[in-house]
Design a binder for this molecule. Sequence first.
Ligand code: FPP
Length: 262
Amino acid sequence: MFSFFSKDQTTGEVAEHQLDEANIPAHIAIIMDGNGRWAQQRHLPRIAGHKQGMNTVKTVAKAASHLGVKVLTLYAFSTENWKRPNAEVNYLMKLPVDFFGTFVPDLIKNNIRVKVMGYTDQLPAATQKAVADAIADTRHCTGMVLNFALNYGGRAELVTAVQHVAQQVQSGQLDPAEIDETMLDRQLMTAGLGELRDPDLLIRTSGEKRLSNFMLWQVAYSEFVFVQEHWPDFDQTALETAIYEYQQRHRRYGGLTPDTEK
Ligand code: FPP
């Protein structure tokens, strides 16, 4: 059992909770929203929010790893984020260079392995190099996987998967009747995560309640937790509070829980 103290967002009351160590979500995915609003509230440029958001990534990655999370997937840049002003996109593209440039030794110390999913070949060369180096430098780590969704989009991912399957059908290697969920799973960007490919818990910060094209296939049975904090304010306690909420849920995967079966 892990103990932690949380503050009620409406009453401000502080309460002690226990986390069940045996029921830590193996795969947590996070939509890190609210960097811009965090900065605006402080009369800072939006990029200041992204910089602070990067520091939050460091804190939350270490906290998740210590709690026993096996995969932490973070939505860092979507296929739609290119629509933002050039200066902001350029800054976001430099963040991985900064992040991995300073944090890889800490990741190795915490036995955290870096993976990336997304159309990384479309990223600037320096960003691609930072990502490739981080993947190579942490390849030997056997603990948590820190999986960045970088230039990722759920619909684009499904389109690419369908194209691969159609090519196999066209070349006569595959009978359409053989296409099943396992086969599609193998074509998705999460295939390398094996049994851990689907998030158990999806967290979105900053009060918005939408998926924004994130892991559309993989979240079919994930538990969703929406929190008010902007991403730069999210911390270990906020993570523990979200996991606590997850632990109060009854996952049924379309079936029944034992007490409702009677
Ligand atoms: C959404 O907030 C945030 C993003 C689009 C970028 C997320 C990136 C980070 C947190 C840094 C990632 C770090 C690494 C190492 C890659 P928003 O800008 O949409 O916020 P808003 O809705 O308040 O405007």
